[in-house]
Design a protein around this ligand. Structure first.
Ligand code: NDP
Length: 294
């Protein structure tokens, strides 16, 4: 494990933050402040609204010790990479960073989204080995999901993005041995594929559904079938239009809250250098986070 990010002085707290644009929807402060109090860690944690143009200034605050580490969310997960000193596995494979640690004055980029997604599948007892999966989206989160699904032995991923070129770029970053398991399909052909390829699991890794527009969904309602599994990486709102339509069709649904919790625990483990076991406190934490949603 990477050495911990120590507090700046004997009695002072190390300052951590989540950075993004927008950031007001983020539950990361609720999550991390719960865990910091629960495990009595010497950290403070806040949300910082950072626009793309201000990313270098934020990185300077990491370099001068004002901040001991950050979580990175939309839209900075890839943009921050050139400003860091090193990427550790699997961030280097995924090409997206959601956690930055400062170790011996070097900025180290990590990705805990993939392990967070894997643990959320395990917690919900959702089996992906030998499954055919339709994955909507090709941004930073989708990259972590592709990595996690391949690691879990998925049979095929049909990768589909509004701008197809971005899906093709993601595909090109995969090792040759894994490229044949991932097929890029057109955004317009996505519903047809569900029936023609017997797809039973659909994952929304786009940001469609985050807005307050109630009927904003990346798939039409008729695409869902009874017994399917529909996963949305979005956790706010707790039930997106995508999940509501899937549930109404009789699908098993899961939102992004468990993934958020597990990626956050993994980030705190990196910053603290401790193994944090939240098994018993998971329900209390999930309730508190659910209650913090609008
Ligand atoms: P990115 O900005 O990297 O990617 C956004 C994705 O959404 C792209 O695939 C983009 O397609 C697509 N998209 C945006 N608007 C539309 C639209 N109107 N129609 C179709 N597709 C659209 O974001 P991330 O990958 O980092 O995050 C994606 C989602 O996952 C977010 O909602 C985020 O909150 C969630 N997330 C949840 C996590 C969790 O722990 N639960 C962790 C990480 C992310 P295009 O390329 O064509 O623009």
């Amino acid at each position: 494990m990477t050495p911990p990010c120590p507090p700046q002085g004997e009695n002072s707290l190390a300052h951590l933050a989540v950075i993004g644009d927008p950031i007001s929807h983020s539950l990361s402060p609720v999550l991390h402040n719960f865990l910091i109090a629960h495990f009595n860690l010497p950290f403070s944690y806040e949300a910082l609204h950072v626009r793309a143009a201000d990313l270098p200034k934020l990185v300077a605050r990491l370099r001068n010790g004002e901040l001991a580490g950050v979580n990175v969310t939309i839209p900075h997960k890839q943009a921050i990479i050139p400003l860091l000193d090193e990427l550790l596995y699997p961030a280097d494979r995924i090409g997206a960073v959601n956690t930055v640690c400062v170790v011996h004055e070097r900025l180290i980029g990590h990705n805990t989204d993939a392990s967070g997604f894997q643990r959320s599948l395990e917690k919900a007892r959702l089996e992906v080995s030998n499954q055919e999966v339709l994955l909507l989206g090709a941004g930073g989160a989708a990259k972590a999901v592709v990595f996690a699904l391949l690691a879990k032995g998925v049979r095929s991923i049909y990768l589909c993005n509004r701008h197809e070129e971005r899906a093709r770029q993601l595909h090109a970053t995969l090792p040759a041995s894994e490229q044949n398991k991932v097929r890029v399909i057109s955004w317009d052909g996505r519903e047809k594929h569900i029936d023609t390829h017997g797809i039973r699991m659909i994952i929304n890794a786009t940001s469609v559904g985050m807005s307050t527009a109630e009927n904003d969904a990346p798939l039409p309602a008729f695409a869902f079938r009874e017994g399917m599994v529909a996963l949305d990486l979005i956790y706010n709102p707790a039930e997106t239009c995508f999940l509501r339509q899937a549930r109404q069709a009789g699908a098993v649904t899961l939102n992004g809250l468990p993934m958020l919790i597990y990626q956050g625990v993994a980030a705190l483990e990196l910053w603290s250098g401790k193994t944090l076991e939240i098994a018993e406190d998971y329900a209390a934490l999930a309730r508190r986070m659910q209650a913090a949603l609008p």
